[in-house]
Design a protein around this ligand. Structure first.
Ligand code: R5P
Length: 283
Protein backbone atom coordinates (compact mmCIF):
# COMPACT_ATOMS: atom_id res chain seq x y z
CA UNK A 1 0.00 0.00 0.00
CA UNK A 2 1.15 3.54 -0.73
CA UNK A 3 0.17 6.48 1.45
CA UNK A 4 -0.68 9.80 -0.17
CA UNK A 5 -0.68 12.74 2.21
CA UNK A 6 -3.05 15.58 1.43
CA UNK A 7 -2.08 19.20 2.00
CA UNK A 8 -3.99 19.39 5.29
CA UNK A 9 -2.70 16.08 6.73
CA UNK A 10 0.99 15.91 5.87
CA UNK A 11 2.28 15.20 9.37
CA UNK A 12 -0.38 12.60 10.08
CA UNK A 13 0.21 10.88 6.72
CA UNK A 14 3.93 10.79 7.51
CA UNK A 15 3.24 9.22 10.91
CA UNK A 16 0.90 6.60 9.42
CA UNK A 17 3.38 5.64 6.69
CA UNK A 18 6.10 5.28 9.31
CA UNK A 19 3.94 2.99 11.46
CA UNK A 20 2.91 0.88 8.47
CA UNK A 21 6.39 0.96 6.92
CA UNK A 22 4.73 1.97 3.64
CA UNK A 23 5.97 4.37 1.00
CA UNK A 24 4.74 7.94 1.43
CA UNK A 25 4.12 9.59 -1.93
CA UNK A 26 4.78 13.27 -2.40
CA UNK A 27 2.26 15.55 -4.11
CA UNK A 28 2.54 19.05 -5.37
CA UNK A 29 -0.15 21.57 -4.45
CA UNK A 30 -0.61 24.88 -6.25
CA UNK A 31 -3.13 27.62 -6.81
CA UNK A 32 -3.65 29.10 -10.29
CA UNK A 33 -3.80 32.91 -10.60
CA UNK A 34 -7.61 32.70 -10.81
CA UNK A 35 -7.74 30.83 -7.49
CA UNK A 36 -8.35 27.32 -8.87
CA UNK A 37 -6.40 24.52 -7.23
CA UNK A 38 -3.96 22.09 -8.82
CA UNK A 39 -2.37 18.94 -7.50
CA UNK A 40 -0.09 16.31 -8.93
CA UNK A 41 1.13 13.12 -7.28
CA UNK A 42 4.81 13.13 -8.09
CA UNK A 43 5.59 9.45 -7.38
CA UNK A 44 4.41 6.31 -9.19
CA UNK A 45 1.33 4.43 -7.95
CA UNK A 46 -0.46 3.01 -11.07
CA UNK A 47 -1.82 -0.49 -10.38
CA UNK A 48 -1.18 -0.21 -6.62
CA UNK A 49 -3.45 0.18 -3.60
CA UNK A 50 -3.33 3.75 -2.33
CA UNK A 51 -4.56 5.42 0.86
CA UNK A 52 -5.17 9.15 0.66
CA UNK A 53 -5.16 10.95 4.01
CA UNK A 54 -6.69 14.40 3.92
CA UNK A 55 -8.76 16.31 6.46
CA UNK A 56 -11.19 18.83 5.02
CA UNK A 57 -11.39 21.80 7.41
CA UNK A 58 -11.68 24.23 4.48
CA UNK A 59 -13.42 24.22 1.11
CA UNK A 60 -10.01 24.18 -0.60
CA UNK A 61 -9.02 21.06 1.33
CA UNK A 62 -12.24 19.37 0.21
CA UNK A 63 -11.63 20.27 -3.44
CA UNK A 64 -8.04 19.04 -3.16
CA UNK A 65 -9.32 15.73 -1.81
CA UNK A 66 -11.63 15.36 -4.83
CA UNK A 67 -8.73 16.18 -7.15
CA UNK A 68 -6.46 13.67 -5.42
CA UNK A 69 -9.07 10.92 -5.72
CA UNK A 70 -9.42 11.74 -9.42
CA UNK A 71 -5.63 11.71 -9.82
CA UNK A 72 -5.59 8.18 -8.37
CA UNK A 73 -8.00 6.74 -10.93
CA UNK A 74 -5.26 4.41 -12.20
CA UNK A 75 -4.66 2.92 -8.76
CA UNK A 76 -5.80 -0.67 -8.15
CA UNK A 77 -7.75 0.36 -5.06
CA UNK A 78 -8.42 3.70 -3.37
CA UNK A 79 -8.86 4.12 0.37
CA UNK A 80 -9.62 7.58 1.69
CA UNK A 81 -9.06 8.65 5.29
CA UNK A 82 -10.78 11.91 6.24
CA UNK A 83 -9.56 12.44 9.81
CA UNK A 84 -11.64 15.62 10.21
CA UNK A 85 -14.55 16.08 7.84
CA UNK A 86 -15.85 19.61 7.42
CA UNK A 87 -19.60 20.19 7.00
CA UNK A 88 -20.40 17.12 9.14
CA UNK A 89 -22.28 19.21 11.69
CA UNK A 90 -24.93 20.21 9.13
CA UNK A 91 -26.13 16.60 9.09
CA UNK A 92 -29.84 17.47 9.05
CA UNK A 93 -32.16 19.94 7.40
CA UNK A 94 -32.61 22.04 10.54
CA UNK A 95 -34.74 24.64 8.69
CA UNK A 96 -36.67 24.25 5.45
CA UNK A 97 -34.65 25.23 2.42
CA UNK A 98 -31.34 24.14 3.95
CA UNK A 99 -29.09 21.48 2.42
CA UNK A 100 -27.92 18.43 4.33
CA UNK A 101 -24.36 19.60 3.76
CA UNK A 102 -22.83 16.39 5.12
CA UNK A 103 -24.78 14.48 2.45
CA UNK A 104 -23.60 16.79 -0.33
CA UNK A 105 -19.97 16.46 0.74
CA UNK A 106 -19.96 12.71 1.42
CA UNK A 107 -21.74 11.68 -1.79
CA UNK A 108 -19.04 13.45 -3.86
CA UNK A 109 -16.35 11.15 -2.44
CA UNK A 110 -16.04 7.95 -4.44
CA UNK A 111 -13.57 5.34 -3.22
CA UNK A 112 -13.33 1.69 -2.25
CA UNK A 113 -13.08 2.44 1.48
CA UNK A 114 -13.58 5.63 3.45
CA UNK A 115 -12.52 6.14 7.07
CA UNK A 116 -13.51 9.03 9.28
CA UNK A 117 -12.54 9.66 12.90
CA UNK A 118 -15.20 10.42 15.48
CA UNK A 119 -17.45 11.89 12.83
CA UNK A 120 -20.15 14.15 14.22
CA UNK A 121 -22.88 11.55 13.53
CA UNK A 122 -22.20 8.05 12.25
CA UNK A 123 -25.40 8.18 10.14
CA UNK A 124 -23.29 10.27 7.71
CA UNK A 125 -21.33 7.10 6.83
CA UNK A 126 -24.32 5.89 4.79
CA UNK A 127 -23.96 8.90 2.49
CA UNK A 128 -20.58 7.83 1.08
CA UNK A 129 -20.32 5.92 -2.19
CA UNK A 130 -17.88 3.50 -0.50
CA UNK A 131 -17.55 1.12 2.43
CA UNK A 132 -17.37 3.68 5.19
CA UNK A 133 -16.23 3.22 8.77
CA UNK A 134 -15.73 5.60 11.68
CA UNK A 135 -12.68 5.15 13.90
CA UNK A 136 -12.56 6.10 17.57
CA UNK A 137 -9.70 8.29 18.83
CA UNK A 138 -11.03 8.71 22.36
CA UNK A 139 -9.15 5.73 23.91
CA UNK A 140 -5.93 7.41 22.71
CA UNK A 141 -7.02 10.62 24.46
CA UNK A 142 -7.78 8.54 27.59
CA UNK A 143 -4.29 7.04 27.51
CA UNK A 144 -2.79 10.54 27.35
CA UNK A 145 -4.94 11.70 30.28
CA UNK A 146 -3.90 8.65 32.30
CA UNK A 147 -0.26 9.82 32.08
CA UNK A 148 -1.00 13.28 33.50
CA UNK A 149 -0.50 13.79 37.21
CA UNK A 150 -4.03 14.62 38.31
CA UNK A 151 -5.97 14.69 41.53
CA UNK A 152 -8.99 12.33 41.56
CA UNK A 153 -9.67 12.96 37.83
CA UNK A 154 -13.06 12.72 36.19
CA UNK A 155 -13.90 12.92 32.49
CA UNK A 156 -17.04 14.89 31.69
CA UNK A 157 -19.00 15.27 28.46
CA UNK A 158 -20.71 18.66 27.97
CA UNK A 159 -24.04 16.93 27.22
CA UNK A 160 -25.58 13.47 27.00
CA UNK A 161 -24.97 13.42 23.22
CA UNK A 162 -21.23 13.31 23.92
CA UNK A 163 -21.37 10.78 26.78
CA UNK A 164 -19.94 8.03 24.54
CA UNK A 165 -16.75 10.12 24.16
CA UNK A 166 -16.30 10.32 27.94
CA UNK A 167 -17.16 6.64 28.35
CA UNK A 168 -14.74 5.49 25.63
CA UNK A 169 -11.93 7.77 26.84
CA UNK A 170 -12.21 6.34 30.35
CA UNK A 171 -12.69 2.74 29.19
CA UNK A 172 -10.14 0.31 30.69
CA UNK A 173 -8.47 3.14 32.63
CA UNK A 174 -10.57 3.02 35.77
CA UNK A 175 -11.40 6.74 35.51
CA UNK A 176 -14.79 8.15 36.48
CA UNK A 177 -16.91 9.73 33.77
CA UNK A 178 -20.18 11.63 33.64
CA UNK A 179 -22.07 14.17 31.54
CA UNK A 180 -23.64 17.53 32.23
CA UNK A 181 -27.40 17.60 32.53
CA UNK A 182 -29.55 20.65 32.16
CA UNK A 183 -32.53 20.72 34.52
CA UNK A 184 -35.23 23.36 34.11
CA UNK A 185 -36.30 24.52 37.57
CA UNK A 186 -38.80 27.13 36.34
CA UNK A 187 -39.64 29.10 33.20
CA UNK A 188 -36.42 31.07 33.39
CA UNK A 189 -34.15 29.08 35.72
CA UNK A 190 -32.04 26.12 34.70
CA UNK A 191 -29.25 24.31 36.51
CA UNK A 192 -26.50 22.52 34.69
CA UNK A 193 -24.50 19.98 36.65
CA UNK A 194 -22.93 16.55 36.33
CA UNK A 195 -25.68 13.94 36.21
CA UNK A 196 -24.29 11.55 38.82
CA UNK A 197 -20.98 12.70 40.28
CA UNK A 198 -19.47 15.63 42.20
CA UNK A 199 -16.60 17.67 40.74
CA UNK A 200 -15.75 19.62 43.89
CA UNK A 201 -11.99 19.48 44.52
CA UNK A 202 -11.39 17.16 41.56
CA UNK A 203 -9.43 17.63 38.36
CA UNK A 204 -11.84 17.55 35.43
CA UNK A 205 -11.27 16.77 31.77
CA UNK A 206 -14.12 17.95 29.58
CA UNK A 207 -14.26 15.98 26.35
CA UNK A 208 -16.10 16.88 23.14
CA UNK A 209 -15.75 15.85 19.50
CA UNK A 210 -14.96 19.36 18.24
CA UNK A 211 -13.83 22.63 19.73
CA UNK A 212 -14.73 25.19 17.09
CA UNK A 213 -15.55 28.69 18.40
CA UNK A 214 -14.80 27.44 21.91
CA UNK A 215 -18.21 28.67 23.12
CA UNK A 216 -19.46 25.30 24.36
CA UNK A 217 -16.18 24.48 26.08
CA UNK A 218 -15.68 27.92 27.67
CA UNK A 219 -19.17 27.86 29.17
CA UNK A 220 -18.57 24.35 30.51
CA UNK A 221 -15.21 25.34 32.02
CA UNK A 222 -16.80 28.34 33.83
CA UNK A 223 -19.59 26.17 35.10
CA UNK A 224 -17.40 23.40 36.47
CA UNK A 225 -15.00 25.84 38.09
CA UNK A 226 -17.95 27.50 39.78
CA UNK A 227 -18.95 24.07 41.06
CA UNK A 228 -15.57 23.71 42.76
CA UNK A 229 -13.54 21.79 40.16
CA UNK A 230 -9.78 22.16 40.70
CA UNK A 231 -7.94 22.00 37.36
CA UNK A 232 -10.12 21.86 34.25
CA UNK A 233 -8.70 20.55 30.97
CA UNK A 234 -10.46 20.86 27.60
CA UNK A 235 -10.05 17.77 25.42
CA UNK A 236 -11.35 17.14 21.95
CA UNK A 237 -10.74 14.96 18.92
CA UNK A 238 -10.86 17.80 16.37
CA UNK A 239 -9.20 21.10 17.36
CA UNK A 240 -10.87 23.38 14.82
CA UNK A 241 -10.17 26.31 17.17
CA UNK A 242 -11.56 29.01 14.93
CA UNK A 243 -10.95 32.71 15.55
CA UNK A 244 -10.32 33.47 19.26
CA UNK A 245 -11.32 30.04 20.66
CA UNK A 246 -8.03 29.49 22.50
CA UNK A 247 -8.29 32.88 24.22
CA UNK A 248 -11.86 32.10 25.30
CA UNK A 249 -10.76 28.83 26.88
CA UNK A 250 -7.92 30.45 28.81
CA UNK A 251 -10.16 33.32 29.89
CA UNK A 252 -12.57 30.71 31.24
CA UNK A 253 -9.72 29.26 33.30
CA UNK A 254 -8.67 26.16 31.37
CA UNK A 255 -5.53 24.46 32.68
CA UNK A 256 -4.64 22.93 29.31
CA UNK A 257 -6.01 21.89 25.93
CA UNK A 258 -5.65 18.29 24.76
CA UNK A 259 -6.42 17.41 21.15
CA UNK A 260 -5.53 14.94 18.42
CA UNK A 261 -3.72 15.50 15.14
CA UNK A 262 -6.80 15.05 12.92
CA UNK A 263 -6.04 18.75 12.52
CA UNK A 264 -2.43 19.79 12.85
CA UNK A 265 -2.41 22.45 15.57
CA UNK A 266 -0.03 23.33 18.41
CA UNK A 267 -2.35 21.52 20.86
CA UNK A 268 -2.46 18.28 18.80
CA UNK A 269 -0.47 16.21 21.28
CA UNK A 270 -2.36 12.92 20.82
CA UNK A 271 -1.75 11.19 17.50
CA UNK A 272 -4.46 9.23 15.72
CA UNK A 273 -1.82 7.64 13.47
CA UNK A 274 -1.92 4.30 15.39
CA UNK A 275 -5.73 4.23 15.08
CA UNK A 276 -5.51 4.73 11.30
CA UNK A 277 -2.59 2.31 10.92
CA UNK A 278 -4.52 -0.43 12.80
CA UNK A 279 -7.53 0.07 10.50
CA UNK A 280 -5.27 -0.11 7.41
CA UNK A 281 -3.73 -3.37 8.67
CA UNK A 282 -7.22 -4.90 8.77
CA UNK A 283 -7.94 -4.09 5.10
C1 R5P B 1 -21.82 20.10 18.86
O1 R5P B 1 -22.72 19.40 18.49
C2 R5P B 1 -20.42 19.63 18.96
O2 R5P B 1 -20.35 18.39 19.59
C3 R5P B 1 -19.55 20.62 19.72
O3 R5P B 1 -20.03 20.76 21.03
C4 R5P B 1 -19.60 21.94 19.03
O4 R5P B 1 -19.37 21.78 17.67
C5 R5P B 1 -18.57 22.86 19.61
O5 R5P B 1 -18.66 24.07 18.92
P1 R5P B 1 -18.17 25.41 19.55
O6 R5P B 1 -16.74 25.23 19.96
O7 R5P B 1 -18.34 26.42 18.45
O8 R5P B 1 -19.04 25.71 20.72
Amino acid sequence: MKIIGGHASQLLAGRVSELLKCNLLVSDFKKFPDGELYTRILDEFAGEEVTIIQSTPTDSDFVLLLLMIEACSEAAKINVVIPYMGYARQDKRFKSGEPISAHAVARAIKADNVYTINIHDTDILDYFDANAKDLDATPAIGKYIKNLILSDPIIIAPDDGAIHLARNASRDLGLDYDYLEKTRLSGDTVTIQPKNLEVNGRDVIIIDDIISTGGTMAETIYLLRNQGAHWVFAACVHPVLSNNAVLKLFQAGVKGIIATDTLDKAVSTVSVAPVIADAMKKL
